[in-house]
Design a binder for this molecule. Structure first.
Ligand code: SF4
Length: 213
């Protein structure tokens, strides 16, 4: 059985998620630490620490390996018009990425938003390109920065603290009690860069650490 999640932010839009950090090889800074954006990761705090939230993420880590996972996913998206991959976690395994691409291909009625750091790994380039050519898919590369640095890529995102970076569209969720409130910019290929305002005590500390470096 497919286990999807629903976060209050996303207007009821469903996600398929994994445990954060454990499945995020792109979060490593290469020196045993985490890149700045992942140091303040919302998915390692609050509700995400509860066993009932962790359990489906642990379950999904094994479940995607089933032969019928792609067809089961396609079936569970029958009534969805939007879908967000990885409310937490990332497509850490190439075989998982191939399966996700098949789900995307076989659900043309769904607009898929896939935020990722796996673009850092050359072996993922081909499958990401094959996702990007699909008209219903936005693969959004996440910048490691918390100070608004924009990275190269067709569609990307970054985190900022004070000034919205030039050329980026600011996420307005913080003005709507943290909810998308009808906005679908992240799913839109024409929106090249989304800038999320840093929030939370943890992220504030990361920004302080970053700014004194
Ligand atoms: S930019 Fe729009 S769709 Fe993306 S997270 Fe913010 S409110 Fe939601």
């Amino acid at each position: 059985m497919i286990k999807l999640s629903k976060t209050s932010k996303l207007d009821g839009i469903l996600s398929w998620s994994l445990q954060a950090i454990d499945t995020c090889p792109g979060s490593s800074d290469g020196n045993g630490g985490l890149v700045a954006a992942c140091q303040g990761c919302y998915a390692t705090t609050g509700n995400y620490r509860f066993p009932n939230v962790k359990a489906p993420r642990e379950f999904n880590r094994e479940d995607w390996k089933r032969d019928s996972w792609v067809s089961d996913m396609v079936q569970s998206l029958e009534n969805s018009r939007y879908f967000r991959w990885f409310d937490s976690g990332d497509m850490y395994d190439l075989k998982l990425a191939e399966k996700i691409r098949k789900v995307m291909l076989h659900t043309p009625w769904v607009s898929h938003w896939l935020p990722t750091r796996m673009h850092k790994f050359p072996k993922f380039k081909r499958v990401i390109s094959e996702m990007q050519v699909l008209s219903n898919v936005v693969v959004r590369y996440s910048s490691d920065s918390v100070t608004g640095e924009i990275i190269p890529g067709q569609t990307t995102s970054t985190i900022f603290s004070d000034v919205v970076p030039d050329g980026a569209v600011e996420c307005q969720a913080y003005q709507h009690e943290g909810k998308c409130n009808g906005c679908r910019a992240c799913y839109n290929k024409d929106v090249k860069v989304i800038a999320y305002k840093a929030h939370g005590v943890k992220m504030a500390k990361v920004i302080k650490i970053q700014s004194i470096k």
